[in-house]
Ligand binder design. Structure first.
Ligand code: DLZ
Length: 163
């Protein structure tokens, strides 16, 4: 059962749960590989740091961010016992409307897969105006959003297991 929260400030820094009982998939897009590789390393290392066993991390590369949704759906359908899927990608604004289509599709897709399977599917996709903004968020001055995605996965897997 969920812990009783006395006031709103209790929400801000809930502890990061131990991951030793969890099986988690990381799906990572190959587009902008320098960035997504850094997001992947951050997510993987964070899961290991918090107790997830190496054999319980499934790593799955896909061509681009658009494919993240299908991959999450396939994994949750075919892999028994998954507690969460982390989706990592990087979409950089270009001259065409491609950016908008991909961002909207992947955000909606990931949301829908999570709801369909009643499992946490984490949105770890950078959507930036340029490459520098992405570098800043993939181990640069704004941290590594891959680490944050992994922590969110652990918290949500714990939520689903204990609520
Ligand atoms: C085609 C495309 C473009 C233009 N830009 C990106 C991007 O910035 N980031 C990304 O992850 N993927 C991009 N893609 C590829 C699409 O995600 C997808 O792989 C293709 O449209 C094929 O479905």
């Amino acid at each position: 059962m969920a812990t009783h929260l006395k006031n709103l400030s209790d929400f801000s820094h809930t502890t990061i749960p131990d991951g030793s009982g969890f099986k988690i998939a990381i799906v990572v897009a190959e587009w902008n590989a320098k960035i997504t590789g850094a997001l992947y390393q951050g997510a993987y290392n964070t899961l290991i740091k918090h107790g997830v066993k190496e054999e319980n991390i499934i790593s799955a590369p896909v061509p681009g961010s658009f494919e993240l949704t299908a991959a999450a759906e396939i994994l949750l359908t075919q892999q028994v016992g998954l507690h969460a899927v982390i989706c990592l990608g990087c979409v950089i604004q270009g001259d065409t409307k491609h950016f908008d289509f991909i961002c909207e599709a992947v955000a909606n897709g990931i949301t829908n897969v999570g709801i369909k399977h009643s499992k946490p599917v984490i949105f770890g996709v950078l959507t930036t105006n340029d490459e520098q903004q992405a570098i800043d968020r993939a181990g640069g001055k704004h941290g590594n959003k891959g680490d944050e995605a992994a922590i969110t996965a652990l918290k949500m897997a714990h939520f689903a297991a204990t609520i």
